[in-house]
Design a protein around this ligand. Structure first.
Ligand code: ZN
Length: 259
């Protein structure tokens, strides 16, 4: 059991590594299917032994071997986050006390939430790096939530999934309009609305509502802390996507204990 979990964990570290590459290439408009990874600074090819998840980043001390350009901490952070989250997801669907059981319906549900979690991680990374949430990781995946819920592989039915997506999008749309009306500034991006629509389509309106509540609460706490520590004015923008994603994942794991 323990050996299996080590294997699973390493597998998901590698998936996190792939998500990093995907997020980077989409944000920077690089070809999607370029074969080998290159340094973001000097474009030299990265050798396989310098491309191991987390470990290479530590050994290289966050610098490119060739040009000594800085390698973002986002790389190991996203890899570790993916490995931990997907291991929990694996445990949630396949482990019953000390047995591992693969029911076919659970395999499809796992796959559905695997796509959902991957999208949340991708949105987190792109929002932190460039304050954008590409539509391909958010609104484009909303119909995927409808399809899985229609066939009964999610914890919500099709109606809940549909209402969740609509509620998620509209509530942030209204908040953004009201904010704009009173301050004449854009507080929320289109990307946040589309991400909450995705969260709603996989978790229903309760999930969208819960994710928004958690995101607003943790986001404002961290925002206030940041303003106090950095002595910044209120004129800076906090990416909201990571907080929404965090709320959605918390909801997924604790929803059975909520109601
Ligand atoms: Zn380099």
């Amino acid at each position: 059991m323990f050996a299996l979990f080590i294997f699973i964990f390493i597998l998901f570290l590698c998936w996190g590594s792939f998500l990093n590459v995907l997020a980077y290439r989409i944000v920077h408009d690089k070809p999607f299917l370029q074969k080998r990874s290159t340094c973001n600074h000097c474009n030299s090819l990265i050798a396989w032994y310098d491309n191991l998840p987390v470990i290479s980043w530590l050994i290289l001390r966050a610098k490119c071997r060739v040009c000594k350009g800085k390698i973002s901490i986002l790389y190991p952070a996203i890899e570790l986050l993916s490995a931990v989250l997907f291991s929990f997801l694996f445990y949630y669907f396949f482990c019953d006390q000390n047995n591992i059981i693969f029911y076919s319906s659970n395999i499809i549900s796992f796959f559905a939430y695997f796509i959902f979690f991957s999208a949340l991680i991708l949105a987190t990374r792109t929002d932190l790096e460039a304050t954008v949430i590409p539509q391909i990781f958010s609104i484009w995946l909303v119909p995927v939530g409808f399809i899985f819920s229609y066939f009964g592989y999610l914890d919500v039915n099709l109606l809940q999934s549909f209402l969740g997506a609509a509620f998620g999008y509209l509530i942030l749309f209204v908040v953004a309009k009201v904010f704009k009306y009173f301050t004449n500034k854009d507080g929320l991006g289109e990307g946040d609305m589309e991400l909450l629509a995705l969260i709603g389509s996989f978790t229903g309106y309760m999930g969208a509502w819960f994710a928004l509540a958690i995101a607003s609460f943790t986001g404002s706490l961290l925002g206030i802390a940041y303003i106090l520590m950095a002595k910044k004015t209120r004129e800076f923008k906090i990416p909201f996507g990571p907080f929404l994603s965090f709320g959605a994942i918390i909801y997924f794991f604790i929803k059975e204990y909520l109601f």
